[in-house]
Every structure is written in C-alpha cells, then in structure tokens.
Design a protein around this ligand. Sequence first.
Ligand code: SF4
Length: 386
Amino acid sequence: MEQGRSLGLYVHIPFCVRKCSYCDFNSYAGLESLFAPYVHALQEEMRGLSGHWGPLPVRTIYIGGGTPTVLPPSLLLAVLSACSSHFDVAAGAEVTVEANPGTVDESYLASLRAAGVNRLSLGVQSFDADELRLLGRIHDGEQARCSLRQARTAGFDNVNLDLIFGLPGQRVNTWRATLQQALELAPEHLSLYALTLEEHVPLSQRIARGELPPPDDDLAAKMYELAEAELARAGYVHYEISNWARPGFECRHNLIYWRNQPYLGLGAGAHSWFAGRRWANVRAPQVYIERVEATGSPLAESEEISPALEMAETAILGLRLVEEGVDLGAFRARFGVEFADVYGREIAELVDLGLLEATPARVRLSSRGRLLGNQVFQRYLLNNLG
Ligand code: SF4
C-alpha cells in the first residue's frame, strides 16, 4: 500500500474522571477496575488485526476518548507501544493524544513525548468559571493554562485546544474572552464546536425543566462569525468547518476522515473504514473486553460501502474542508468519473442558493454554507447528494 493510501489509526479510551453534563460520547466514569483489562483487550484486538492483514502501514495515530490520560502513564504507553508492534508506523507519523486539564502533569506529558507522541489535544472548552461549572468540567481555566505550559516544557510544539460555544445563557462577551485567552496561549491548532445536545444528557434535562434557557442558534452563528474574524486576524487558517490551524499544523489524522480515506478504529464503539467496508465495535467497555478475550473480535456491525455511497460520502465530507473542498481532479482520479457528471444538477442548485462555490478545480462551501454547516445542512446535503 503506497504512502498516500496508508491508514489512520484511531484508538478509543472510553474512560473519564466524571461525566460532563453535555456529553453523549462513549465514555464512562467509575470504571477504573477495567483500565488494565481494557488495555489488554486493545493489545489483543491489534494482534488479531495484524495477524489477519499483516502489519498495515499507518501514517497517523490518534488516541482519543473519553479521556485517554485518566489511564496511568504505564498503561497509555503500553497502548502506544502495541501500535508500533502491530502496525508499520511511518517515520514522521503524526501521533496525537487527547488529554484533559486536571489529568496530566509535567512528568506524564514528558513520558508521552518521549514515547513519540508529537501532538497534544487539550479539552479546554472554556476559560469562564461559570461555563466550566455548567459543563461539569473537572478543571478550571488556570489548570488549562498550566497544562499548556507543562506541554510546552515537555517539548510539545503541536498543541490543539478544544473550545465549545453556543452554551445555554452564554454571552458573546464571555465567548470573546475565552477566544482571547486561548489565543494568548498561542496553540498551533484550535477546534471550536457548537454545542449540540442529545435529549438524555443532564444539561438538556435542566433546559427541559426550565432551569436554563435553550441554546440560541442565532447567537451561536454570531459566535462562529466572531471566531472566524478573530482567528483570521491572529493568523490561523480556517481549514475545516470547525477547525483552524497555523499553516502546516492542520490535523493530518482528521484530514484522513474528511478526505474519506481509510482508517481503523480500535476499542469500544470505534468505527473503521477499510477495504470497501465500514464496521463498528461493540460500545460497552465491559462487553468489548469480554468479546475480544472470548472470540478475538469485538465486531458489532459491518456494511459494504458501494461505489455510489463512497462517492456521496467523499462529496459530503470534502465539503467540510473550507479551502480544499472537493478536489475535482482527485475525485476523477479516485472514481474514474467527473464530479459534475454525478452531481452537476445538485451542485448547480446549491450554487444558486448561495451555499456552494464552484471553480474549475474544486467545489466548496460558501461562507453562508459554512455558517449553516451544521446538522441541518448536512441533512440537506445528504438528501440531495446521498
Ligand atoms: S471529558 Fe470529554 S468524553 Fe469525558 S465526559 Fe467530558 S466531554 Fe465526555
């Protein structure tokens, strides 16, 4: 497999110190007794995959969660070492670990750096004390600043900060202050997510009981536009709907997803897209461990991806890339057809609506399209292109 087609490897660590009030991820608090068995199951899952496929070439590794850094350093290092043993990891591969302030110190971060981790993604979410309390985060703004300083001391020169906007009751001014404090830390990368709430999470229930105002979409759109302006002024490139980077620091792992290139997901609930199939592992950590130990496979579901579906997904994911959009030459080379021959009518309609821009080389979202680049718009695209 040539370098361009080598894989992204995602490893899911489904543990957290405590569950945040807005969180619908596959993550759990209070499962410390599963830490070691879970890491053992991950090693076994990797062994099974490399036994089946051989050591597949990998160009990015992303250890996410949950909060990977709730694991003791020795266990997280064991996960990293298993990745190197069972996959053919490229020299210079991007290796990211997600961490939350309050779960790392300088020595933990130094041990990750020494083990080859070269990108750190810190879940900061906000610098405002009231907002952090509302979100149920375990840390305050000062701990976030401290984690970033410690990461620099440990030698990390590629750090992402995650922030959330559009919180119930959030004001544009507190969002501006959070952005300014994030920019003062000069991260290489920023991921800014609009809050989306599933019905069953505690924050939704507080809104349903009338204790908090519902999120305001118009205000969230203003916050997004403010972020676009502030981050452009600070020299960041807006390269994906929710992601900004200093030039050259775009997240190579996530680019694999947006370019609809192959990846393997390991661990509870992780998804994979490889060799014409998409599959998902069982979600519950305990069941994942039992299944891997008993059968060697945690597979929950699997589907074949038809060329038509692969084309539609390539279009929809590519439109998330702000400048790159859907690269028409790459589309032709990959599918052997012209993008315009497949989607010409739909694209023309979306251009007329002011949602897309088409050039001879690419099709991408307009700034209005980006503003609406939320689930509603994704659904609209799915209905039209899917
Ligand atoms: S730290 Fe992240 S994964 Fe864990 S509960 Fe909070 S939002 Fe969810």
